[in-house]
Ligand binder design. Structure first.
Ligand SMILES: Cc1cc2nc3c(=O)[nH]c(=O)nc-3n(C[C@H](O)[C@H](O)[C@H](O)COP(=O)(O)OP(=O)(O)OC[C@H]3O[C@@H](n4cnc5c(N)ncnc54)[C@H](O)[C@@H]3O)c2cc1C
Length: 406
């Protein structure tokens, strides 16, 4: 019977262990934290957005854009739902394709995986860090905190650097580098953005629906729509997470928000001028009332350098145009991300060209496999990263358990 050591008991590691065990291998999972699935238990704000019905290769990034395709083809979103249904987990999809457990609790996802590992006879060693993986004749010697462990095959599923509080670490990169692999530069992905705009602080706590454009040096890098959240340090919310990759890809980028998507600039200008006629005594600070939240309205007036206490009746056509332009294109310079501890995913990772995409076996070290975030694959916001963890984990585990491989 083939013995397989899975290093890391996160999403990818558990999927790999189950796939390998279901093919008859003797599987041991080594997890350095006190329990498996620690990061999984906090995903999706504690709800776990476990996949997305629209999961397809264009939602993934890395040096080799085609790399995730074979794994995603073997286990797509429907396959993931079937897998979890088989473990007894009921799920529900939201209109945008995001899938959550019906219990709305990430703990349910961790629990069904934990019970399945137990039922499959997988040995799970928690609180057990793997310090190095050494190649030996016909297999591997896994050096753990509790001593050495021999294995015919090894699957590295250590995750990435993001979300340090929940287990993000560079250990996986180090283990794989020790076996001859190399890494692309690592960066923060799906993260809040810092801005030195003086208006963030005034808008702190407000959530707004917006269209956002990321640009740098006059070039448009990306645009999207959704919810933005203003914070003391800058911008957050699903829309910002989605755009963070491109906003951090070049220095000096800016995020420009359209805060009144329902109207064109000209329509908004007309509306403001109509207000100056219909309610002439209104102070200028309330000129946007009914179109955006009051606090946003006041900030827009200030950002245009206009006196908040002036009567709306005094608004000139040029000033109305200025206000409308500001509301439709309110720009925030990006000074950085909120850091790897706050990031949801690591951009970059172990070079995928060093692995066979059809099996996830190392091209440099036969019998060694890698899956999940440790590889240079990162997905968009919306369940894509966990889908990659399930798909790549299942593929690595299944390949490792095949007698013919290695
Ligand atoms: C706050 C937060 C929310 C998120 N929400 C979502 C979401 O809703 N949907 C989504 O798709 N993605 C989400 N993500 C991203 C997603 O959680 C990760 O991409 C995914 O967990 C990666 O799976 P993985 O198995 O590769 O790594 P992990 O889940 O990080 O698991 C790796 C495991 O390996 C262990 N380990 C590392 N090194 C060693 C070692 N040397 N020895 C033993 N054990 C080791 C770690 O302790 C860890 O438990 C979120 C991330 C964060 C931080």
């Amino acid at each position: 019977m083939l013995s397989i050591a899975v290093i890391g008991g996160g999403a990818a590691g558990m999927a790999a262990a189950l796939a390998a065990a279901s093919r008859g291998a003797a599987v041991s999972v080594f997890e350095r934290q006190a329990r498996v699935g620690r990061k999984l238990s906090v995903t999706g704000n504690g709800r776990c957005n476990l996949t997305n019905l629209h999961a397809s290769p264009e939602h993934y990034h890395g040096e080799e854009t085609g790399f995730p395709l074979p794994a995603l083809r073997r286990m797509d979103a429907a396959g993931t739902l079937e897998f979890f249904r088989g473990l007894g987990l009921l799920t529900a999809a939201e209109p945008d394709g995001r899938v959550y457990p019906l219990s709305n609790t990430a703990g349910s996802v961790v629990d069904v995986l934990r019970y399945a590992l137990e039922a499959a006879g997988v040995r799970v060693e928690t609180g057990c860090e793997v310090r190095s993986v050494q190649r030996e004749k016909g297999g591997f010697r896994i050096l753990t905190a509790a001593g050495p462990h021999p294995a015919d095959r090894a699957v590295v599923a250590c995750g990435g650097l993001a979300g340090e509080r929940f287990g993000g670490t560079d250990l996986g990169y180090r283990l794989l580098k020790g076996l001859g692999h190399s890494c692309t530069p690592l960066g923060q992905g799906l993260v809040q953005l810092r801005s030195d705009s003086p208006f963030c602080r005034s808008l702190k706590g407000i959530r707004a629906d917006a269209r956002a454009q990321v640009s740098a040096g006059g070039a448009l890098l990306e645009e999207a729509e959704g919810e933005v959240q203003f914070t003391e340090y800058g911008l957050s919310g699903p829309l910002i997470f989605e755009l963070s990759r491109s906003a951090l890809s070049v220095p000096g980028a800016a995020v420009t928000l359209d805060l009144v998507r329902a109207l064109s600039e000209e329509e908004l200008r007309e509306l403001l001028l109509a207000r100056s006629r219909s309610t002439p005594a209104l102070p200028l600070e309330d000129v946007f009332v009914g179109t955006v939240q009051n606090r946003i309205g006041r900030v827009l007036v200030r950002a245009c350098g206009l006196d908040l206490q002036r009567a709306v009746s005094s608004l000139t056509g040029a000033e109305a145009a200025l206000l409308a332009r500001k509301a439709k294109s309110f720009s925030f310079s990006v000074t950085g991300g909120m850091g790897m501890p706050n990031a949801q995913v690591t951009v970059g990772g172990v070079r995928t060209s060093e692995f066979d995409p059809e099996t996830l076996e190392s091209r440099l070290c036969p019998g060694l496999y890698a899956c999940g975030e440790v590889l240079d694959v990162d997905g968009d916001c919306g369940g894509y990263n966990l889908q990659w963890a399930w798909s790549s984990g299942a593929l690595a585990g299944a390949s490792a358990a095949e007698e013919g491989h290695a």
